[in-house]
Design a protein around this ligand. Structure first.
Ligand SMILES: [Mg+2]
Length: 314
């Protein structure tokens, strides 16, 4: 470890952690954590690369926030409670203002969910951030993509499509309005649905988070469950921010294929719908079927312009 790296960690990332389960945090060769009895460890990891997962020039605080948000979203999809994280940060220069902004964005979200940063690594190189998140879930109560059955109702939280529309706003030359500002924030600051995921572990048959696009992610959920799905395009929740900024067909395209939403896509048996929590807007957008993922609009089969984003399909 170089002095520079030591200074960066000490100054920006080594914080007192008020968690009794962190027996040893940053500063030794590894962290030591105390695991709660009767719970299972759930871990996930996501990497964000400059110019690939966020536009070049994105504010450091937004990158820090987003790096954790996308990981929290994965734990939410499992019904898990986030607890600890590690961070690998590759940055081109030791710019104090950048590290200050990055750590502020990261800890803004970490503090909200009481997630402790317990270790990591900083290296010099092209900008890329990897967060590994660890959480816990009650024994035998985690959610997967694999439990949906034909007849289950298909739900999505929030407004899918706003984040992709927000990216288009950032990369385009649209006028600044309250609508375009809202969409931009939805890309930069996704809201991980942790509390919804915790509720769903008692009622959903399958769940995942929408990162690559609603349709392509639904393909994965349906495939894992061995069934199909029918999406009612007319039921998609389109916000006024979307409709004020883009034509309806473009909004539908963003909703079905946009990606970066970090909303939860989940299935529940019809009789459990009444148990859905009311603090997060969830919309029924379809139903699970025997086979094939199909879209319907105005009572007819509908062929979407595209299905989603594939990182290696360039
Ligand atoms: Mg995911």
């Amino acid at each position: 470890m170089s002095d520079g790296e030591f200074d960066i960690i000490a100054r920006y990332f080594d914080r007192h952690v008020a968690r009794e389960d962190v027996l040893l945090g940053i500063g030794d060769d590894a962290a030591v954590l105390s695991l709660p009895a009767n719970r299972r460890l759930v871990i996930a990891m996501d990497t964000l690369v400059d110019g690939v997962h966020f536009p070049k020039g994105t504010a450091a605080a937004d990158i820090g926030y987003r790096a954790l948000a996308v990981n929290l979203s994965d734990l939410a999809a499992m019904g898990a409670q986030p607890e600890w994280m590690t961070l690998s940060l590759c940055a081109p220069v030791s710019d104090p203002a950048w590290f200050d902004g990055f750590s502020r964005g990261l800890f803004e979200l970490a503090d909200r969910y009481q997630v402790a940063l317990v270790g990591g690594d900083t290296v010099k190189g092209p900008l890329a951030v990897t967060v590994q998140i660890a959480g816990t879930v009650e024994a035998d109560r985690w959610l997967t993509r694999a439990g949906a059955r034909p007849g289950d109702l298909l739900f999505v939280s929030g407004v899918p499509g706003e984040a992709a529309a927000g990216l288009a706003v950032i990369q385009g030359s649209l006028p600044v309005t309250s609508a375009t500002r809202h969409l931009r924030q939805r890309f930069l600051r996704p809201e991980p649905r942790v509390s919804l995921g915790r509720c769903l572990r008692n009622m959903a048959t399958a769940a995942m988070d929408v990162s690559d696009g609603l349709l392509t992610d639904l393909d994965k959920l349906a495939g894992a469950s061995g069934c199909g799905a029918r999406i009612d395009v007319d039921a998609l929740p389109l916000s006024s921010a979307l409709l004020d900024t883009f034509a309806r067909d473009a909004c539908i395209d963003y909703a079905l294929a946009g990606g970066d939403d970090y909303e939860l896509l989940f299935t529940i048996p019809p009789q459990r719908v009444v148990e859905l929590p009311s603090d997060v807007a969830c919309t029924q957008i379809g139903v699970m079927t025997e086979r094939e993922v199909q879209c319907w609009r105005d009572g007819n089969p509908f062929v979407p312009r595209r299905r989603g984003y594939d990182h290696f399909d360039m």
